[in-house]
Design a protein around this ligand. Structure first.
Ligand code: ATP
Ligand code: MN
Ligand code: MN
Length: 290
């Protein structure tokens, strides 16, 4: 998908250490994004994207940035849109290798796209359930939860795909037909998460309040409103060890030992793997929930 468009940016400060614990430099990060650009763009291409930048490496100051200016270069396209409060603001999107590398050159470590594409900004084409375990919840319990959620979605006729976040949890990504408003998509996720909590109240919680989360898994359905983002598949995470947010098959998922199991070098080895077959071609309809 990465097209030859704008010329590729020149890498500066290649020897700067970005992940000190594993000795990964800016050159390594740039080379990583060059290698995985096509996979990253399957997820992030043509979506408004926010980024996490770490100009001094992951132990330095970090910036979660939604608005990227002209200094990012011509391959980082910009578009002015109305934010939810009605104010106009400029957002960025990329669609080729030059765009990916322009961001890597600007010390972007993480890519966080919207749930819609620029050509149909008001119609999301996927929703995401973000499973956030309380610190006391063990990984096997998170795995059980993800599979229960997969099955509950399947009962409603929805196929879901698993992504290891590279952090503490899992995302279930559900491709949907581009026919619902943000409000409709968000309402579906809200109801679905609350139904799930009602079925298994000792294990899950669908409200963001910290107090209720103790020992439970928070089903973060709030990734699905207009302007909300979630980390992209194949994005590095700005965390020790250089983990990657990695799509997995459900078969693989059952065997995985930890949500940050895939590090930069593991990811490079599976660039050609078939993982989420045809996920982007899915046109699933959201069921009505009572
Ligand atoms: P984990 O598995 O560790 O939960 P995660 O990527 O799901 O990893 P969360 O904290 O659950 O992390 O989700 C945070 C999401 O919120 C991010 O993926 C990001 O897209 C979005 N976000 C919105 N604003 C910010 C911000 N200021 N800083 C970081 N993330 C933000
Ligand atoms: Mn999460
Ligand atoms: Mn979350």
């Amino acid at each position: 998908m990465a097209r030859k468009g704008a010329s590729l940016p020149t890498l500066s400060s290649p020897d700067r250490v970005v992940f000190p614990d594993v000795g990964i430099t800016k050159r390594d990060v740039f080379a990583y994004y060059e290698a995985v650009a096509d996979r990253l763009l399957e997820d992030t291409g043509e979506r408004l994207v926010s980024v996490v930048r770490c100009p001094d490496g992951i132990e330095g100051e970090r910036f979660f940035q939604k608005h990227l200016g002209a200094s990012f270069g011509a391959a980082v396209h910009r578009v002015e849109i109305a934010e939810n409060d009605g104010k106009r603001a400029e957002y960025a999107w990329i669609d080729d290798l030059a765009g990916v590398l322009s961001l890597a050159q600007m010390n972007v470590i993480e890519f966080h796209p919207w749930g819609s594409r620029v050509a149909s900004l008001e119609k999301p084409d996927r929703v995401i359930f973000d499973l956030d375990p309380d610190p006391g919840v063990t990984w096997p319990k998170v795995k059980t939860a993800a599979k229960e959620m997969r099955d509950a979605l399947a009962e409603r006729g929805l196929q879901s795909f698993a992504r290891m976040t590279g952090g503490k949890g899992v995302h279930l990504v559900v491709p949907i037909a581009k026919r619902y408003s943000w409000d409709q998509a968000r309402t579906f996720c809200d109801r679905f998460a609350h139904d799930f909590e009602a079925r298994f109240p000792t294990r899950y919680v669908a409200t963001a309040s910290k107090a209720k989360r103790e020992g439970r898994i928070f089903i973060d359905w709030l990734r699905n409103g207009r302007g909300a983002t979630a980390v992209a598949s194949w994005s590095l995470r700005a965390r020790p060890g250089a983990p990657v947010a990695m799509p997995v098959t459900w078969d693989e998922f059952t065997t995985l030992r930890a949500p940050d199991r895939f590090k930069l070098r593991d990811a490079l080895k599976r660039i050609d793997a078939r993982i989420w077959d045809d996920a982007s071609a899915k046109t699933q309809r959201l069921p009505k929930l009572e």
